[in-house]
Design a protein around this ligand. Sequence first.
Ligand SMILES: [Zn+2]
Length: 254
Amino acid sequence: MRIAWRASPNFNARRHRLDMLVLHYTGMKSAEAALSRLADPEASVSAHYVVLEDGLIIQMVDEAHRAWHAGAASWQGDDDLNSRSIGVEIVNGGHDFPLDEGGLSPFRDVQVAAVTSLCQAILTRHAIPQTRIVGHSDIAPERKRDPGEHFPWERLARHGIGLWPEKAPQLTGQALRGRGLVSGESGPAVRRMQDQLAAIGYDLPRSGVFDARTEAVVTAFQRRWRPRQVTGEADLSCLAMIAAVNDAYRAWRG
Ligand SMILES: [Zn+2]
């Protein structure tokens, strides 16, 4: 693991115990643009680490301090997530800077390997539950799309970073008869899905109505656990995956 320092002045004291890890993409035109911004006092943003495309890791804020990366966000009932987390920015143009030919710019293997090593090291230093390793879009689903559906969460989970259901959900069986859920619907099936998403950690009122907030949370869930189908609609296999992730979270908590 190659780590270099480029200090950011944008930090202050933590107000809570550190027990979360938040992954981002930079979403800017270049690594240099991102690094400049994260060190700019006027911008008032920062991260503990930035992982460059070639795998070099730049540390900008000491882990003991509160970096400014999460913004208004919530997970498992907590807010002020900057006080609770380590923030890792991964250099990638993301949705705002797609490839010339369209589509999201892929994360290179060498960069993912560096992210993996960095996260593993962070997890050895701090007691961060697997259920509190999140993407920015998980904790701010109406504002954020990073680290994006092209980020290889499943690969990270195989290296002990975050949970991925062991068995792909089966699409047969009693529980999965019927159709999926879409925006505008209401009723107990919507409420059940909201219960499961909220139990995972998403900030989602259990209203029983598939409203705009629900659609944003379903989209965030899909970016992370169903990246080939990011639609905001919960078809049967999406509902099965929500249930499977909820089960995996419950099992992990014991
Ligand atoms: Zn972010």
